[in-house]
Design a protein around this ligand. Structure first.
Ligand code: GLP
Length: 251
């Protein structure tokens, strides 16, 4: 691994995904060891499949437990039923919650079937606050630089809200739904302000398809047009990326 800086953030470049998820897993395990009742912000998407695989296979040998942990997922499609196999509720059950000793009472994911999405967003924001705030937030990176479902142009001060998905995100995520026309056009997402209130942030990105977003996030202007660029101002953010995602960094 080699490391560099981007503003206040640290950038760690790994040879491959295996090394990267071991390192990200260590950050999570250390957090749970230090504070078993940690509030952890969780992400979804293809990036987090190998991460959750690693975590669920190794947490016991790392000597940690999820029993007292509290989790808040970043986002959920809207509208969608939690039972839908394409929901992030199903994703989390499959990839993490059914494989670790997490208690159902500690799990929070925005309700994509809420009748009033604005009230749901407000309640979600309040629940994060009353939990004491997020100790450690994991993030993926959209091909257009989105974090959570905060698409380009979302204010850095935004809180949890309902948002309309961009064309780029619809195309990137449509294969999961089989067809773009089956995909919900909106989502509930933590806002950028919600995310950057987290005490520590770890963003994971790997693969060539992320290299442009990585370059613009780390080397471009800090702008709401590139949502992840705000993380360069955050007091404790680590970007963990692989060589492929780093390919355009030094061009
Ligand atoms: C999705 C999610 C994000 C995720 C990102 C990257 O749309 N809303 O939370 O981090 O886009 O997804 P992937 O890991 O599949 O590339």
């Amino acid at each position: 691994m080699r490391a560099e800086k981007a503003g206040r953030a640290r950038v760690e470049i790994y040879a491959g995904v295996d090394e990267l998820v071991i390192s990200a897993g260590k950050v999570l395990f250390d957090q749970l060891r230090r504070k078993p009742g940690s509030v952890i912000g969780l992400a979804t998407g293809s990036t987090f499949v190998p991460f959750y695989e690693y975590v669920s296979l190794h947490y016991r040998e790392a000597g940690v437990s999820f029993r007292d942990a509290v989790t808040f997922n970043l986002d959920e499609y809207y509208p969608i039923s939690g039972d839908s196999r394409d929901s992030y509720h199903s994703y989390m059950a499959e990839h993490l919650f059914s494989r670790v000793d997490m208690k159902a009472a500690g799990i929070h994911i925005p309700d994509g079937s809420a009748a009033d999405p604005d009230a749901e967003a407000e309640a979600y924001e309040k629940a994060i606050k009353s939990s004491g705030g997020i100790d450690l937030q994991f993030l993926g990176l959209g091909r257009n630089g989105h974090i959570g479902f905060n698409e380009p142009g979302t204010p850095f001060t935004s809180r949890t809200h309902k948002t309309v998905l961009s064309e780029s995100t619809l195309s990137a995520n449509a294969p999961i739904f089989g067809d773009k026309s089956d995909m919900p056009g909106s989502a509930l997402t933590m806002g950028i302000g919600t995310i950057t209130d987290s005490r520590k942030i770890v963003l994971l990105a790997f693969g060539r398809q992320k290299s442009k977003a990585v370059r613009e996030t780390l080397k471009g202007e800090i702008t709401e047009e590139m949502p992840a660029s705000c993380l360069r101002r955050h007091r404790d953010t680590v970007f963990m990326i692989d060589e492929e995602a780093a390919a355009e960094l030094h061009e």
